[in-house]
Design a protein around this ligand. Structure first.
Ligand SMILES: [Zn+2]
Length: 556
């Protein structure tokens, strides 16, 4: 049946029915005649998200909530799913997502639903769609509450929580320049963070390799993270450096969280560049030392050995001071251009040369032929020096060129995913294989992260067990943002569920052909409505804004 027919008109009836159902079990005449439940998922191996081994059970869903979990539940569902031989898991919680970037273009969020993702956490890398209300934040008077209201009005296919981006806050108050904030500006920024948290933001993020976030000092970050402490919400950081100065960056991240007294989430932990691969043991040791001293510390990672960013990221941060115009002007300024060139070439060498730089998107159609190609080969094919080509393309595209860099270790990736403090997050966008979000040549993580962990890293490489992988995709990330009513399969929690085949689940998106949905996921349920059925999209557009700390995280 079409789930649209049971909502929204009958939503109130169903909610009332679910309440009576629990109180009056065994009196089926008092609930809907069609079935005792909206949906029953029968006979699957249920992984509850806590890391426990799977247990055969039925899961009954009514009124958007998990009503009952147990063997051979008596009440029929209006819709029944035969899950024998399949895994039944809480919907995946993507703790570091850029899926909101395209949600206005396509709120179906196909590539997320088809991976089994039911909640995304956006506002990452220092950048959020809204800043908090603050005395000087004119022009953003709606702040986070306005942003959440617009998400609810959009009715996306997945639930959306958001951190407040400290780079966005700095941009609003200090601007694009590389200078310390004045005491007055610092107070205004802290008030904006406080306001966003009061409206339900789930943490604060920094992007210290991006401008203007990179211009924040450690002391500024500590001051802006202090409002997180009493709420036990995390400071999530894309660190200042992930290659040669990785260890210093770990130390700074710990210093910020310790100084602010809040939990720390290191985003997309990696050891970038072959000469830095050996640093992972030291990274883990520093994390454990901080944990022993009382810091609530964890990290996340996507299951690929290549990262995605802007081509500008190969260029030194100082050269990007003041924004795009200032950056482009410096590229041709004889006073500084040679220094920019030598520092950029050193960075390219670090990741193994121009052949490890894959161009994922351009803005100007003149450069369309570069999309999906390695910059080294492409430059050679048109007989241009790769550095000169990069500079020319950045000028034509106003700095807006996406790149993927291949510079990480497969063994380290196994260890990061398997580490007890490690969890899975995509760092990806939301796409569809047709429509307005099929564009560019995006990093495949936006279409494959969660199935890839379950197929390649659990089944093939045996880097971690199935139940631990599920834990790292559900209850563990949910707990980081105090999302108490999702991330587990248990009666009374929000009904976000995914049914998949552990023997066949696999990602299909590649760097060359990213627009491919994964295999092996049969059913995805978001807030009790079926969004994916037998691998086909159902209509369910039942996601909602998640406001943390507002009397039940997911409730409105
Ligand atoms: Zn990042």
């Amino acid at each position: 049946m079409n789930p649209e027919r049971i909502n929204p008109a009958r939503r109130d009836v169903i909610v009332a029915g679910a309440g009576s159902l629990l109180a009056l079990a065994g009196v089926p005449s008092l609930v809907r005649q069609q079935g005792a439940h909206d949906l029953v998922i029968r006979g699957g191996t249920v992984f509850d998200g806590t890391g426990s081994a799977g247990v055969e059970a039925d899961v009954a869903i009514s009124g958007g909530k998990i009503a009952q979990v147990g063997r051979r539940l008596a009440g029929r569902g209006t819709e029944e799913v035969d899950a024998r031989g399949l895994a039944v898991s809480p919907g995946f919680v993507d703790l570091h997502s850029h899926g909101d970037g395209s949600m206005d273009d396509d709120p179906r969020m196909e590539s997320l639903v088809r991976q089994g993702i039911t909640t995304i956490v956006v506002g990452q890398d220092g950048s959020s769609r809204a800043a908090g209300n603050g005395q000087r934040a004119a022009g953003d008077s709606a702040g986070f509450s306005g942003m959440f209201a617009s998400i609810d009005a959009l009715r996306p296919s997945v639930n959306i929580a958001s951190m407040i981006g400290l780079g966005t806050v700095r941009g609003r108050v200090v601007g694009a320049d590389d200078r310390p904030a004045t005491p007055d500006e610092l107070r205004t920024m802290a008030a904006m963070v406080e306001a966003a948290l009061a409206d339900g933001a789930c943490g604060a993020s920094s992007g210290l390799e991006y401008t203007p976030g990179a211009f924040a000092s450690t002391e500024e970050l500590i001051a802006l993270c202090k409002p997180l402490a009493s709420r036990r919400l995390p400071y999530a950081t894309h660190m200042r450096n992930e290659d040669d100065r990785l260890l210093d960056s770990i130390d700074e991240s710990i210093a910020v969280a310790r100084g602010a007294g809040c939990p720390l989430q290191i985003s997309h932990l990696k050891t970038q560049g072959p000469r830095n691969w050996s640093k992972l043991d030291t990274v883990f040791a520093r994390v454990e030392t901080a944990a022993k001293a009382g810091l609530d510390i964890a990290f996340d990672r996507y299951p690929y050995i290549a990262y995605a960013t802007g081509l500008t990221n190969l260029f030194p941060v100082w050269s990007r001071d003041g924004g795009t115009d200032a950056f482009l002007a410096r590229l041709s300024d004889p006073g500084v251009a040679p220094r920019i060139r030598s520092e950029t070439l050193a960075k390219v060498e670090l990741i193994g040369g121009w052949e490890n730089v894959h161009i994922s998107s351009v803005r100007d159609s003149v450069d369309r032929a570069a999309e999906g190609k390695r910059l080294g080969s492409y430059a050679k094919s048109i007989s241009v020096d790769p550095y000169e080509l990069s500079v020319a393309m950045l000028g034509r595209n106003r700095g807006s060129i996406g790149m993927v860099g291949f510079a990480m270790s497969e063994e380290n990736l196994d260890r990061i995913l398997a580490h007890p403090r490690g969890m899975v997050a995509s760092d990806g966008g939301s796409f569809a294989i047709e429509g307005p979000t099929r564009r560019g040549s995006p990093h495949p993580r936006g279409l494959g992260t969660f199935p890839r962990v379950l197929g390649r890293y659990v089944r093939e490489r045996k880097a971690l067990t199935l139940e631990m992988a599920i834990h790292k995709m559900t209850a563990l990330p949910a707990s980081r943002i105090r999302l108490t009513d999702r991330g587990r399969i248990a009666a009374g929690l929000a009904a976000d569920v995914v049914v998949f085949n552990p023997a066949t689940i696999a990602d299909r998106a590649t760097f060359e052909e990213p627009f491919q949905y994964p295999d092996g996921i049969s059913v995805v349920v978001v807030n009790g409505a079926v969004a994916l059925r037998e691998g086909q999209r159902a209509s369910g557009m039942t996601g909602r804004a998640i406001r943390i700390g507002q009397g039940g995280s997911g409730s409105r």
